[in-house]
Design a protein around this ligand. Structure first.
Ligand code: PEP
Ligand code: MG
Length: 885
């Protein structure tokens, strides 16, 4: 059996395949630093495997494990020449969490473990420093009381504050040994009072309690939230690091600090950090004392008088500087390091790859290539594609005060503030008078498009990540929080309620589409800045990738944006979205509600010139590149008139009594519109609709050809096909119209006809379907919906329960599910058997998700297509997928 607990110096760590998975990031790096000969306090790591066993074993540590821990402890005792619980020379320990990836501040830490009423005196004697010993003991009671025994931290803080007040001093450092003596008694009393238990005096009980508490903190609420936000699987678990203590709080020649090897916010190649003299680690982060700068340069830049470490401890600073360089060279990445100075001796407590802003991540990667520290390949692999989002959208200034009143799904990134409005008209009215708005709707429908465009951001109570609101908002680059079941909208009162307050129309809120936060009031934002380094990195990525990147777009504006971001064509032009315009939607309603072919043709003839005009523009922008135009696929319910005003409008246009329109709406009503009369089923029932669309496409192409303008290459796509017969009939229709237009205009037009694979039957019968299709484009939104039988519009209501119960590790509408992926693979294989040259792409929202892009690359697809603002993310993700092969 593999050893479950490893000493930092153990050679066994070399045999471990993925040390971070087994030892956690902190444990793996401590062991690595030990091997590099850096000064690391002795210790051992209890592996993540033990965390798994702990949870399986009713959250208990087995006797076997306890024995192993004791054996490891003896090894440390020998190394440092101290004994755990000894009354002469006691060994003290730190117990710290360490997951595979760092989760700063999310899990628990306990320092100074091993102190009790007796060992504290031994420590005082041994160090001839009573104040230090008592200070360490009270810190231990405070931390242990809080983390292990559940006593809220403020009880202890209050006691300290009262003590300082009575004594008339400001700082903790002004309290002396007798003060701490008094506080220790008070702290122990508080523990007994609140936890109904004595503070444990047995050092082994302390140790086992602390280890269990760290494991338990993996399931704390804040850790769960952090995991969800950062897509960290719950099954990873955390490791626990037990290490002998070194002390930064023994006097003026002691210190503790945190330092980055480069500046984490702007990426500059200068060390950046903070430290405190005579302090322990938590003092630096807790903000009880103001830390000082590490370097003189930073101190002067900040116009601060308190001297930097470089000035106060020049020798130790030089040693630290050297170690930082060595670490960066070793890890070939910017490091975030914790250190302690105990009586002028430097100890390294931790190193990890430093968290950084996307902007600095790009700068550091590009700089490191220049410095020949890493290759271009490594630079490209190093950037998290999703993080590029923040370079493309304004983001919240986290330094501003942020009062989160509810949460929803992070549907479209970026941040926006504005007055709450509940209707598109109000959004447009206020925008016209230069006021920012946030459009708040239960859900959005096509007629909201103007309002969505006018508003700075969109918030909906219903709908998932692929709901109409989310898809349209991402396409427009509008921030959107969707499916927030925490808000209760009342259109009549023009207000919405959260669990804590009511927000009325006109009040200002901020939404953060990158995290799903809904915030009261206005929050400052930081503008995006695309730097030269960014485009350089993108260029390198483009050289590595094989997948083509297209965009989902249906307006000239979005098409232009996507092209500027590097899109190599359009993978999905949703033609029904071209009808969202107020003037056109009326004609669409007219067309849908018509009872006869004649009436429908009148409506279609009104739509044809609009379609043609849009196609001309889009084909020009995407000159020489492929453009996939999908024939109409409207879930009818999205287009039917709802309000009296809308019904009257249509009645007027078609010249029919309102009653008759209402009857027709009733006839068209569907119980399950998503499974209803949509996609090619409309084309089968009303071929004249598809004929009009094909005419608009081919006439647009003919016109461009006549004007000698190089146009895009059209790929005509039939939606929601599930049988061979459907695609055959539709293909024949496209070819018929193409011949007519070519003949009429005396031109020759090259084009392709293909289909979407978005229904399980289509994937399974791909061989037959491929007889009539030159390309497949996977519509994984509908494929996910129909594979699971989960409505893409309503899943937001219960997805959280599925994630909490670990049924889904991530929303399957965001990142492609294994089962759906299997269907894609089946379709690829069967389609290729029929037609070796079959062109393959994806146009569901997964086309912009890095994990799904990796799947697409491995599955042999030719391209992915995503919303315009995700194009750079997809370019990078596609390069990474190739490099990982
Ligand atoms: C899909 O189903 O994945 C798709 C792209 O089509 P739509 O989202 O328009 O239904
Ligand atoms: Mg679809």
């Amino acid at each position: 059996m593999k050893k479950l607990i490893l000493n930092f110096k153990s050679k066994d760590s070399k045999k471990i395949k993925n040390p971070k998975n087994f030892l956690g990031g902190k444990g793996a790096n401590l062991s690595e630093m030990g091997k590099m000969g850096l000064p690391v306090p002795p210790g051992f790591t209890i592996s993540t495997k033990v965390c798994e066993i702990f949870y399986k074993d009713k959250k208990r540590l087995s006797q076997n494990l306890i024995n192993q821990i004791k054996r490891e402890l003896q090894i440390i005792e020998k190394e440092v020449g101290k004994k755990f619980g000894d009354l002469k020379n006691p060994l003290l320990l730190s117990v710290r969490s360490g997951a595979r990836v760092s989760m700063p501040g999310m899990m628990d830490t306990i320092l100074n473990l091993g102190l009790n009423d007796k060992t504290v005196n031994a420590l005082a004697l041994k160090t001839s420093n009573g104040r230090f010993a008592k200070d360490s003991y009270r810190r231990f009671i405070q931390m242990y009381g809080n983390v292990v025994m559940g006593v809220e931290g403020y009880h202890f803080e209050e006691l300290i504050e009262n003590y300082k007040l009575t004594k008339g001093v400001l700082l903790d450092t002004d309290l002396d040994e007798s003060d701490w003596d008094g506080l220790i008694k008070d702290f122990k009393r508080t523990v007994k009072d609140k936890a109904k238990k004595d503070f444990p005096q047995n050092v082994y009980e302390q140790l086992l309690g602390a280890i269990s508490a760290v494991f338990l903190s993996w399931e704390s609420n804040r850790a769960k939230v952090y995991r969800k936000l950062n897509q960290i699987p719950a099954e990873w678990g955390t490791a626990v690091n037990v290490q002998s203590m070194v002390f930064g709080n023994m006097g003026e020649d002691c210190a503790t600090g945190v330092v980055f090897t480069r500046n984490p916010s702007n990426g500059l190649n200068e060390i950046y950090g903070e430290y405190l003299i005579n302090a322990q680690g938590e003092d630096v982060v807790a903000g009880t004392r103001t830390p000082q700068y590490i370097t003189k340069k930073e101190r002067i830049k900040a116009k601060v008088k308190a001297l930097s470490m470089e000035e106060v401890m020049p020798t130790v600073y030089k040693q630290l500087h050297k170690i930082l360089k060595k670490l960066e060279k070793h890890y070939k990445d910017m490091q975030d390091v914790e250190f302690t100075v105990e009586n002028k001796k430097l100890w390294m407590l931790q190193t990890r790859s430093g968290k950084r802003t996307a902007k600095s991540a790009v700068k550091i990667a590009v700089d490191m290539v220049k410095e020949k520290l890493i290759s271009k390949k490594e630079a490209v692999l190093r950037i998290d594609p999703n993080s590029l989002d923040t370079l493309l959208h304004p983001t919240l200034d986290e330094k501003d005060s942020i009062n989160v009143i509810a949460n929803g799904l992070p549907a479209s990134p970026g941040a926006a503030s504005g007055k709450v409005v509940f209707s598109s008209e109000e959004a447009e009215r206020l925008t016209a008078i230069m006021q920012d708005t946030i459009l708040v709707r239960v859900e959005t429908s096509p007629e909201d498009i103007q309002g969505m465009h006018a508003a700075k951001g969109i918030l909906t109570a219903r709908g998932g990540m692929t709901s109409h609101a989310a898809v349209v908002a991402r396409g427009m680059g509008r921030p959107c929080v969707s499916g927030s079941s925490e808000i209760d909208i009342n259109y009549e009162n023009k207000s919405f309620k959260t669990s804590s307050m009511e927000i009325k129309e006109g009040e200002i809120i901020t939404i953060d589409g990158s995290t799903g936060r809904i915030i009261q009031g206005r929050v400052a934002t930081v503008k995006p800045e695309i730097s030269g380094d960014f485009s350089k990195l993108m260029m390198w990525a483009d050289n590595f990738r094989k997948l083509n990147i297209r965009t989902n777009s249906e307006t000239p504006k979005d098409t232009k944006t996507a092209k500027d971001f590097g899109a190599e064509g359009i993978g999905l032009c949703r033609t029904e979205h071209m009808f969202f315009d107020e003037e056109r939607i009326l004609s669409v309603r007219e067309m849908i509600l018509s009872k006869t072919i004649e009436d429908r043709s009148i409506a279609l003839n009104k739509l044809l010139p609009h379609q043609k005009k849009d196609f001309i523009e889009i084909f020009k922008i995407m000159s020489r590149l492929p453009v996939t135009v999908r024939l109409l696929d409207p879930p009818l319910h999205e287009f039917l008139p709802r309000t009296n005003k809308e019904i009257n409008e249509v009645a007027n246009v078609v010249n029919l009594p309102v009653k008759e329109i209402e009857i027709r709406i009733e006839e068209l009503h569907e119980q399950n519109p998503m499974l209803g009369h949509r996609g090619c089923r409309l084309g089968i029932s009303f071929p004249e609709i598809y004929e009009m669309q094909c005419r608009a496409i081919f006439e647009a192409l003919a016109e461009l050809q006549k004007k000698k303008i190089k146009s895009a290459f059209p790929e005509i796509m039939i939606p929601l096909v599930s049988t061979e017969a459907e695609i055959k009939i539709m293909k024949d229709l496209v070819i018929k119209v193409a011949s007519e237009v070519q003949k009429q205009h005396k031109v020759k037009i090259k084009f392709m006809v293909g289909t979407m694979i978005e229904l399980p039957r289509a994937a399974i019968k791909a061989k037959e379907i491929a007889k009539h299709a030159e390309f497949f484009s996977f519509g994984t939104n509908d494929l996910t919906q129909t594979t699971f039988g989960i409505s893409r519009d309503d899943s937001g209501k219960f997805l959280n329960d599925y994630i909490e119960n670990k049924i889904f590790s991530i929303d399957p509408f965001v990142s492609i599910d294994e089962g759906v992926a299997d269907l894609v693979e089946i379709a690829v294989e069967k389609g290729k058997i029929q037609n070796k040259k079959l062109k393959l792409g994806i146009c569901g929202e997964h086309g912009g998700d890095p994990k799904s892009i990796e799947f697409c690359s491995n599955a042999g697809l030719n391209y992915v297509s995503c919303s315009p603002y995700r194009v750079p993310i997809a370019r990078l993700a596609a390069a990474q997928a190739e490099l990982k092969k």
